[in-house]
Design a protein. Structure first.
Length: 253
């Protein structure tokens, strides 16, 4: 479904990611891990159109999406969340989801301005679907609350729901467990598996919380200084000496 092919990102003389190759299959949960500064978010940014790779390409469902604008990539079915929560702070929980739903409403400018019957019908359907999404993840009771009034773990969940409102077939999650306590992290693991199964989507996951990434991913890629140093199952990665050295330092390991 999703693949990066020899993708390289340079900023002047700095190579942030070098010769990155990765695949995500239908319904698969794949992890992307590595120490701080390894190039994980840069890889996400190449995939989602924030950066155009200096070299190489990105493919999605057989189409070359290299360098497409982020909104065009999202329209193709590839959605993401961010390392730092980026909710619309002044909007309600429901409004945050409705903003994302607009991508699939198919409303033209004049219909929306004039509030024509077709627009009103699609707006009503979008609201019903947004409420159903919130209900499916236990956030319906907070629909009218301001988004930033939610506890941290629920804000993370809302950001994922907002991405789901774009109707993706592949979802990229950038450190969704960041700042969560152990109970919230366990709930997040269950949540990720639930949305994969319920919505039939693939997931690419950046995560530092090893319990989370090892618990939900079928395969993993490991970056260090922008270079892929390992790939395989969680069990293979757990035993890989080069990965252990990268996280702990060769001497300490």
């Amino acid at each position: 479904m999703l693949s990066a092919n020899h993708a390289t990102m340079r900023f002047g003389g700095l190579t942030a990611v070098s010769d990155f190759n990765m695949t995500v299959g239908d319904g698969e949960i794949v992890g992307l891990i590595g120490p701080n500064g390894a190039g994980k978010t840069t890889a996400f940014n190449m995939i989602t159109g924030v950066y155009r790779p200096t070299e190489g390409s990105v493919s999605y469902n057989g189409a070359n999406i290299t360098g497409l604008a982020p909104h065009r990539i999202t329209a193709l079915g590839l959605a993401r969340t961010f390392q730092n929560i980026r909710l619309f702070r002044e909007m309600s929980v429901l409004e945050n989801v409705l903003v994302a739903s607009n991508l699939r409403m198919g409303i033209d400018f004049f219909s929306s301005v004039l509030h024509l019957p077709g627009y009103l019908k699609k707006e009503r359907e979008a609201r019903e679907r947004a409420l159903a999404l919130l209900d499916s993840v236990g956030l319906a009771e907070h629909a009218d609350d301001q988004s930033t009034s939610l506890p941290y773990g629920k804000q993370r969940r809302l950001e994922i729901v907002r991405a789901l409102a774009t109707k993706p077939s592949c979802l990229l999650l950038d450190e969704p467990a960041a700042g969560m306590n152990p109970q919230e992290s366990r709930e997040l693991m269950e949540f990720i598996l639930k949305i994969r199964d319920q919505y039939g989507i693939s997931i690419l996951l950046i995560e530092h919380h090893m319990q989370v990434v090892m618990g939900v991913c079928a395969r993993m890629y490991v970056l260090e200084y922008g270079v892929t140093i390992a790939e395989g199952t969680p069990e293979e990665i757990r035993k890989n000496q080069r990965v252990i050295d990268a996280y702990l330092g060769a001497d300490n390991a």
